[in-house]
Write a protein that binds this ligand. Structure first.
Ligand code: ZN
Length: 259
């Protein structure tokens, strides 16, 4: 009874003070309210800042992804809904990115291209090129009309590191099809290792520097391969329909450097 009386008095006082406010003050408080709601929305639905889930089993991993999809598809994620509708039946990405599968290099995030339909992305360990990758890039250029191709290597690439370790016989030969990745990255590694007069053991500092150089060399070799092995890409380049560039992503500061 007492609580109900207090609430009634509080609401009465609140309405009375709103009634006596001028229009500017009311607009200010309404704006403040909407800003607060928007801020809350960003925190809860657009970031994983509050997520502290430890994922240790495949079922938990699947659950986390399903939960993520529900957030993505939530009615509160109103920006993406309109975006999805606009590209549901046709895609016209403006750029193709060939990058590494490394979980720290999520292409859309590092280029801040969160709109659906912006980027046509091909990712694999070491951003290597084979027939399927080449065909995917050709499809992006010829069928989808993309006008820029970026080959993106990155700092501390695990695939490049494994290749260097394999060449220097630091570790046993890789199993399964991982060998295919090593084989694809070996030309770039051989070129850079050949430029250094290496005497075992090499320092960690030198190894880091070599990895850095091999990543960049691999990007350069891939760019040459694209033009040399694809008539579609070569023709588009000659007609100035596309541009092909190499780039390097810094894991520490988040910058993408054009090579
Ligand atoms: Zn990598």
């Amino acid at each position: 009874m007492l609580i109900s009386k207090c609430v009634t008095i509080y609401i009465h006082n609140l309405l009375s003070s709103i009634y006596h406010m001028n229009i500017i003050t009311i607009i200010f408080y309404i704006s403040l309210f909407y800003f607060f709601i928007f801020f809350l929305y960003i925190i809860l639905y657009k970031s994983n800042f509050l997520s502290t889930t430890k994922i240790t089993t495949p079922d938990q991993a699947l659950e986390e992804l399903i939960r993520g999809n529900k957030k993505y598809n939530s009615i509160l994620n109103f920006f993406i809904k309109a975006n999805r509708k606009s590209v549901a039946t046709i895609q016209r990405p403006f750029a193709i990115v060939l990058s590494c599968s490394d979980s720290r290099v999520p292409t859309e995030i590092i280029f801040n291209q969160m709109n659906l339909g912006s980027l046509f992305i091909i990712r694999n360990a070491g951003n290597v090129v084979d027939g399927v990758v080449l065909g995917s890039i050709e499809y992006g250029v010829e069928q989808l009309g993309a006008i820029l191709v970026i080959v993106l290597g990155h700092e501390r690439c695990g695939a490049i590191t494994a290749t260097i370790d394999s060449i220097l016989e630091r570790k046993p030969e890789q199993s399964g099809h991982i060998k295919d990745i090593i084989n694809a990255l070996t030309p770039a590694a051989h070129k850079i290792l050949g430029e250094h007069n290496l005497k075992e053991p090499i320092s960690e500092y030198l190894k880091t520097e070599i990895i850095h150089q091999v990543v960049k060399e691999n990007v350069k070799l891939i760019i040459q391969d694209l033009a040399n092995h694809s008539e579609i890409i070569n023709k588009a380049l000659l007609l100035n329909k596309i541009k092909v560039v190499g780039a390097f992503y810094d894991l520490d500061d988040g910058n993408v450097h054009i090579i």
